[in-house]
Design a binder for this molecule. Structure first.
Ligand code: KG4
Ligand code: ZN
Length: 332
């Protein structure tokens, strides 16, 4: 089963080819245009997708030594995401499905992040606890099987990546802020400032980052001379403390010893270090996908489509044209 996968939910135009769940190519074109605006401008994002998508899909096919004839199915992110961006990917995929008579498999973006830990780890078993932390989403999931999972905790306000991005903006760093804070924090003191850890002592698995954001803002107003390395390190420490504590609590409460992390923030070096330490201490398995599969990418979209098909969940949209309907069209 060879799948062409397309992902355009936000600001990355991505395409991948997978053969029986193994990645043959994974191409990502990131849009630099948003850096000047300090955040993603939806209208610009969809225009950039239109420019890039044909080239990126062709590149993914070429690198996988494939053409459309050798593709068995097309998978595409159907949501959630920026409506204009999603339209570019889904319409392109529908066009290909119609033109080449292939089934089309719509994939939920967050579900693809949830299962991305299984992409390079076929031995990872169910159930697992998965922390999905990206620019738009923060969720803790109890993953029961390839098909079943429960959302057990989410953010009540900002997503973890959004907190990184907003704090970075206050510190005068460029978008996306997560990688910039990660880098800066390496030269800072993580215990310099005691920023709040939202909901850390509450029994629920929910998160809240808006108090931290306000606290950093106030701190900056009151201490304009403070080293920004220390502010970055302390804010990162507060975010990571909460993410690790809630994940640990979720795994313990459900008696689960396999943890996976996913989404752009899963690339954070401090989150990785702390999560690894926490899991090692308990002899739990930790899967932290390589950065190319943590960030938005099409490989995870194709992987989930393949996984679901292997578990007999068939495409819900089928654009294949039956020979009979082609004949009918030809005679009228
Ligand atoms: O999953 P992703 O690529 O796109 C979304 O679906 O949102 O995640 C992007 C988010 C951004 O907020 C970015 O600042 C954050 O992931 N991010 C990081 C790091 N790399 C990316 N946050 C913290 N540390 C990093 N190293
Ligand atoms: Zn994402």
């Amino acid at each position: 089963m060879r799948i062409l996968a397309i992902e355009t939910s936000c600001d990355d135009t991505a395409a991948a080819v997978l053969n029986n769940g193994t990645v043959l190519s994974n191409i990502i074109s990131s849009q630099d245009i948003h850096t000047d605006w300090g955040g993603i401008v939806p209208e610009l994002a969809s225009r950039e997708h239109v420019k890039a998508i044909g080239v990126i899909v062709a590149q993914a096919l070429r690198q996988a030594d494939s053409d459309m004839d050798s593709i068995d199915a097309i998978a595409v992110t159907s949501g959630p995401g920026l409506p204009g961006s999603l339209l570019v990917g889904t319409q392109f995929a529908k066009g290909l499905a119609l033109r080449f008579n292939k089934p089309l498999y719509p994939v939920h973006h967050i579900e693809a992040h949830i299962y991305s830990g299984y992409l390079e780890n076929p031995d990872l078993t169910f159930p697992s606890i998965t922390l999905v932390v990206s620019g738009g989403h923060t969720g803790l999931f109890l993953v029961r099987s390839a098909i079943e999972f429960d959302l057990i905790g989410t953010t009540l306000d900002d997503a973890a990546g959004e907190a990184f991005d907003k704090i970075a903006k206050m510190l005068g760093l460029q978008y996306p802020g997560g990688p910039a804070i990660d880098k800066l924090a390496k030269n800072g003191k993580a215990d310099a400032i005691a920023f709040p850890r939202g909901l850390i002592n509450q029994e629920s698995f929910d998160f809240s980052f808006s108090g931290l954001k306000t606290s950093v803002k106030r701190y900056l107003q009151q201490h304009p001379q403070e080293r920004i390395e220390d502010i970055a390190a302390s804010a990162q420490h507060a975010i990571v403390d909460v993410l690790v504590a809630k994940t640990l609590r979720a795994a313990t409460a459900n008696n689960i010893n396999a943890v996976t992390i996913a989404g752009g923030v899963a690339a954070n070096s401090e989150l990785n270090r702390r999560m690894r330490q926490t899991c090692n201490d308990r002899r739990w398995t930790l899967v932290s996908p390589r950065s190319a599969y943590c960030m938005d990418n099409a490989a995870m979209i194709g992987f989930l489509a393949a996984l679901r098909m292997r578990n007999n969940v068939q495409p819900t949209v089928d654009f294949r044209i039956s020979p009979a309907s082609i004949r009918r069209k030809a005679t009228h």
